[in-house]
Design a protein around this ligand. Structure first.
Ligand SMILES: [Zn+2]
Ligand SMILES: [Zn+2]
Length: 132
């Protein structure tokens, strides 16, 4: 499946569980990549599902509440952003990339997005049901 950034969306809004952090994206969002890598698994308690948008097109509200940790084994030196109040996972950000990845589950519905593909399936938990 291809990733079509123009498909069916003109952006969107989202927030963490407690609402201390919210965001608005004013450009089309990327379709969702579902990541089964071990770091996403530990971080999310399951696969990570991410959309993405250029950093400059993401407006954050409550940014002071966002905490960042380095993703320890990341080959891309990525860091993960979460709400310091409720702990919701919100962002995956790697230096040098034009976009910031946004945890798709934090988007308000309807998103107009589809799952583009599953990645890092070889690291999936043995309890996961993977698509064929
Ligand atoms: Zn929160
Ligand atoms: Zn991952």
């Amino acid at each position: 499946m291809s990733i079509d950034p123009e498909r069916g969306t003109s952006g969107g809004t989202g927030r963490c569980l407690c609402g201390a952090v919210s965001y608005e994206v004013r450009v089309p969002l990327r379709d969702v990549l579902v990541c089964h890598c071990v770091e996403c698994r530990r971080w999310h308690g399951g696969p990570g599902a991410y959309t993405a948008a250029p950093r400059a097109d993401v407006t954050l509200s409550g940014e002071a509440c966002v905490r960042w940790i380095d993703s320890p084994e990341s080959a891309t030196r990525a860091r993960r952003g979460f709400c310091g109040s409720c702990g919701s996972s919100l962002f995956w950000d790697a230096p040098g990339r034009p976009v910031i990845n946004i945890a798709a589950g934090t988007l308000d519905l309807p998103t107009g997005l589809a799952t583009a593909r599953h990645i890092w399936t070889e690291q999936a938990g043995d309890w996961e049901e993977l698509p064929h």
